[in-house]
Design a protein around this ligand. Structure first.
Ligand code: ADP
Length: 604
């Protein structure tokens, strides 16, 4: 069925089938024609010969009668001889007059001298023949006329034997019909054989085509079956090899692409690749995050279209204009604080590519988020200037009083003692600042290297120690300290550090609480954490200062803090101690009502 359908199309099967038929049909037609013509000629020749013989035989019979001029007997001989041989005999005298005829009365017959066969016999003294329609008998007739001469060579008459050829035609038609029938049978047989042969040739090609279709659909692991035709086998083998190579290459390419995607996705650096028209062809997640756009939906879009900021658009233009690696610092985003990006950009070259490929594939931009670095740099700069400033104040004071003493105050023992006391106080302050700075840097480096030594320690003991250390200052201001800690609460911590943090928080609470206030130190635990909170009934802290409270040297009221001997480093120390314990510290405060600082430490 499928094969028959295939014949409607310009398939190989159809071509093979048709060429088989084209080869066979002319042969059959030619053979049919050749046999028909040969048979027809053979029949006609036979009849011709037979008529000639009969005419000669008959002429010998009637020769005596002719010599005697017995015309009636001649006519009768024609009738009887013709009836016997089923042949029509006609005897014509040299003047064309008919003297005897098998079928008709000679007297009613016209002059026959103009008949072509008679003409030949009379004029050329030779046998004449003709086949034509006889008006006398109204049928196709073959005529053979032989001259009858006497011994001297005088023409006596022409004897003509004739016979209807309609019988021959019928016989020939039957033969033609038979030939046609056989030819049709041969044609049908040939068609069947041609179809079978064509299908056999076509089948392996069809199988190849089906296999190639599967390759085209991506089923490259499919293998073509080997055929018993050598050429098809070679072709199938080559196609199998090609599919295997293609499969391997696709496998390698897919692996490389996946690897590249995985590398790009896991990179902290932003990577953007654009083509020569400036359209984004690749962007990793980090880039999308830095630029605040969806890295998947911007593919194939230009920078402005994708919503990339103007400075980066300008940078891309510059990369396309120049030919070397460019570096820029780009400020990204309108929000505060903005992102600081360090961008590197270069043209991507098509190294080692065939000459017809473009030499430039596009441009590559790699960006690092240096906001943190920038902030650290600012912090470092601020820190240096803060430290210098903090140290400068006591040193200036000390220098001033030393000058005063040198200028003569030394001679005034009463004032001199006062001045020395002030110098001593400033020297103490210098000492405190330096001690705090050293503490801070030690805690920081321990925390960075995760070298904070921890042991299981009783929190109750810790709170009591802190209470004891701060009691004197509290008593001085008439401040009551309340400690509330479960008796058996223990956790893993560095006791020296946490004690320092608690003392710092309690010292602040006492410092910034008016006389006869209340400072409470509470400890409690839940499933995962231990919380230590220091609350006071003091001044409170303005809301806008809360986020910066734990920065080094940050003070809400510089003069007041300095008067109270504060360095501005106490809370920074607390923060770093807590961070070294992987904990967190937070503050809640209401102006005029008091503040609560809470340290939350993870258990274990
Ligand atoms: P200082 O040595 O100045 O106390 P800290 O780092 O300990 O420095 O504290 C930073 C600033 O936070 C202080 O200057 C003070 O203004 C504010 N502060 C800290 N603790 C309290 C508190 N309990 N009540 C009110 N303000 C406080």
């Amino acid at each position: 069925m499928r094969g028959m359908w295939m014949l409607h199309k310009r398939t190989l099967l159809r071509r093979l089938f048709i060429s088989h038929l084209l080869l066979v049909i002319p042969v059959i037609l030619f053979m049919g024609w050749y046999f028909s013509v040969s048979i027809s000629d053979f029949y006609r020749d036979e009849i011709h010969q037979m008529l000639g013989n009969k005419a000669r035989l008959f002429s010998m019979m009637i020769q005596p009668l002719l010599k005697k001029g017995e015309e009636e007997k001649i006519d009768r001989a024609c009738e009887t001889g013709g009836a016997q041989a089923q042949i029509r005999f006609t005897v014509i005298l040299p003047d064309g007059r008919v003297v005897g005829d098998t079928e008709r009365n000679p007297n009613e017959m016209d002059n026959h001298s103009s008949r072509p066969e008679i003409k030949t016999a009379l004029n050329q003294h030779n046998e004449g023949a003709s086949t034509r329609f006889s008006r006398t008998l109204e049928t196709d007739m073959m005529y053979v006329a032989v001259p009858l001469q006497d011994d001297d060579g005088h023409m006596l008459a022409v004897v003509r034997a004739s016979r209807s050829v309609s019988g021959i035609n019928t016989t020939l038609r039957n033969i033609y019909n038979n030939i046609t029938f056989v030819a049709l049978l041969v044609l049908l047989f040939t068609a069947i054989v041609a179809y079978v042969v064509s299908t056999r040739i076509n089948r392996p090609i069809d199988e190849l085509k089906a296999g190639a279709d599967r390759f085209a659909k991506g089923e490259l692991s499919h293998r073509l079956k080997m055929s018993d035709v050598e050429e098809i086998n070679l072709l199938g083998g080559a196609m199998n090899q090609m599919a295997a190579q293609l499969d391997e290459r696709i496998h390698v390419i897919t692996e490389q692409r996946n690897e590249l995607q995985a590398v790009l996705a896991s990179m902290a650096e932003a990577v953007i690749v654009v083509d020569n028209e400036g359209r984004i062809t690749r962007m990793n997640k980090a880039a999308g995050k830095m630029l605040g756009i969806n890295h998947k939906t911007v593919l194939n879009r230009s920078f402005p279209d994708a919503g990339v900021s103007q400075p980066l658009c300008d940078f891309l233009q510059e990369i396309f204009r120049t030919d070397w690696l460019l570096e820029r610092e780009i400020v990204q985003g309108d929000e505060e604080p903005p992102l600081f990006l360090q961008a590197h950009g270069t043209i991507i070259r098509n190294e080692g590519a065939a000459s017809q490929m473009p030499s430039r594939l596009g441009a590559l931009i790699v960006m690092n988020d240096i906001t943190k670095l920038k902030r650290l740099e600012n912090i470092r700069r601020d820190f240096v200037s803060n430290v210098s400033h903090e140290l400068k104040t006591p040193i200036t004071a000390i220098k001033g009083f030393v000058e005063t003493l040198k200028d003569g105050a030394l001679q005034d023992p009463e004032n001199a003692e006062g001045f020395l006391e002030i110098i001593g106080k400033h020297a103490d302050r210098l000492n405190t600042i330096i001690e705090d700075l050293l503490n801070l840097s030690r805690i920081e480096s321990d925390g960075d290297q995760r070298e904070v030594e921890r042991t299981d320690y009783s929190v109750r003991e810790l709170t009591e120690n802190a209470h004891m250390l701060c009691q004197a200052a509290a008593t001085q201001k008439g401040i009551q300290i309340v400690v509330d800690c479960p008796r058996d609460l223990t956790t893993s911590l560095n006791a020296r550090m946490i004690e320092l943090a608690l003392v710092n928080l309690m010292a602040n609470a006492i410092k910034y609480t008016p006389e006869r206030g209340l400072v409470a130190l509470r400890a409690q635990e839940d499933e995962h954490t231990v919380s230590l909170s220091v609350s006071d009934t003091g001044l409170g802290i303005p809301k806008d200062s809360l986020p910066r409270l734990f920065e080094r040297f940050y003070r809400v009221d510089k003069a007041r803090s300095r008067d109270m001997g504060g360095t501005g480093l106490g809370l920074a120390i607390v923060k770093h101690i807590v961070m070294a314990h992987a904990g967190r510290v937070h503050v809640e405060s209401k102006m005029g009502q008091g503040s609560v600082f809470t340290i939350v430490l993870p258990k274990g």
